[in-house]
Design a protein around this ligand. Structure first.
Ligand code: KG4
Ligand code: ZN
Length: 365
């Protein structure tokens, strides 16, 4: 089955075609991140306006870039949308319905409903958080020990808006064990980057600064707190970390010692603190529930230090570790199509609506 996925929950516009939930035939993402760098964060109206501009070109590009073996190129869609013979290529449409920014979500949802109605295809609503998990079923995975994640599994979702730990007993069988009580891990990276004068998004900027420290001894001159690392639950709290960082920065500025080297050192300290907490709690959950796999997902899962810590710890505890390819950690539509395949539950298109506040209560959206 080939599913056209559409993702517009935030500042990325994504369209992808995935076969049987695993094989990516096309995956196009346009990002309005450049615009948000200027403002140091996302302005919802700006993101929504960019979604409107990008959605049709992105879907067109995905359909024009289909890699189909054994299909005569002449039958592939090309040119204008009204000349597409989609019946041959697409069996269903999947769309992110929430959580996310209402203006952005509406663009994807209304486009998907229109296409489903015109093309006479089933439409599957997808929860954005759950779709992140399904990036683990797609594409090449350098840290994979097995070809497919096996259940039960512990899932960590760490993105700009969410940090959640889940027990996954099968497709559609998810139980939330805990999550952040305040800032998400990605949000913490973004806010700390801002304090350090680095660009948006903060995660990659902090990771890049930290790698500039060549000598190990230069690292970790400043030890930042590991919030809630010892707590007897699976919750997180990251807001105190940025306050601790701000205190350090103000102190260094007071004695004129805030320079390139200290920015690199503090970046490394932030990265170590956030990744330590995420790894420690996830591993503890994996031990408690005796799982076969650990799956990480969301934008923060692209972090190299986090991936390496997980790789080392999970092999120590003999759990299979899965991380999506880095380009599939951040928002994309391939994961939406994969989630729809494994949780196939179409709804009549008039019933599909954007739900900005959607959480884990309705796991299939
Ligand atoms: O999943 P995502 O693309 O969007 C949301 O659904 O929120 O995640 C974006 C978040 C941002 O906070 C960004 O700073 C973080 O993921 N991020 C990273 C890295 N790449 C993106 N954090 C740490 N290291 C990275 N390499
Ligand atoms: Zn996301």
């Amino acid at each position: 089955m080939r599913i056209l996925g559409i993702e517009t929950s935030c500042d990325e516009t994504g369209a992808a075609i995935v076969e049987d939930g695993t094989k990516v035939l096309a995956n196009i993402v346009a990002s309005s991140q450049e615009l948000h760098i200027k403002t140091g964060g996302i302005i919802p109206e700006v993101a929504a306006r960019e979604q409107i501009k990008c959605i049709i070109p992105v879907i067109e590009e995905a359909l024009q870039n289909l890699h189909l073996e054994g299909v005569d190129k002449r039958h592939l869609p090309g040119g204008r949308m009204d000349s597409w013979k989609v019946d041959r290529f697409i069996d269903a449409i999947a769309v992110t319905v929430g959580p996310g920014l209402i203006g952005s979500l509406l663009v994807g949802v209304e486009t998907a409903k229109t296409l489903a109605s015109i093309w006479g295809k089933p439409i599957i609503p997808v929860n954005h958080l759950i779709s992140h998990i399904y990036a683990n079923w797609l594409g090449p995975k350098p840290y994979t020990l097995n070809p497919k994640p096996s259940f039960p599994a512990i899932v960590l979702i760490a993105s700009g808006g969410h940090t959640d730990l889940l027990l996954m007993k099968g497709h559609g069988k998810l139980r939330r064990l805990g999550g952040t009580r305040d800032d998400a891990a990605g949000e913490c990276f973004d806010k700390c980057a801002r304090i350090l004068g680095l660009s948006f998004p903060g995660g990659p900027a902090i990771a890049a600064e930290a790698t500039k420290l060549k000598v190990k001894s230069e690292k970790l001159k400043v030890k930042l707190p590991r919030p809630m690392i010892e707590s007897d639950n699976f919750d997180f709290s990251f807001s105190g970390l940025k306050t601790a960082l701000l205190r350090e920065v103000n102190q260094l500025k007071g004695v004129q010692q805030f320079n390139n080297l200290t920015v690199q050192q503090l970046s490394s300290s932030v990265q170590e603190a956030i990744t330590d907490v995420l790894v420690e709690k996830t591993i503890r959950a994996a031990q408690k529930y005796q799982v076969k796999s650990i799956l990480i997902s969301g934008g923060v899962a692209a972090n190299d230090v986090l991936r390496e810590k997980f790789r080392v710890q999970s092999s120590e505890f003999r759990v299979n570790f899965f991380a999506p390819a880095k380009n599939l950690c951040t928002d994309n539509a391939a994961m939406v199509a994969a989630a729809a395949f494994f949780n196939y539950s179409p709804k009549p298109w008039p019933k599909i609506q954007a739900h900005p506040e959607l959480f884990f209560t309705n796991l299939r959206g």
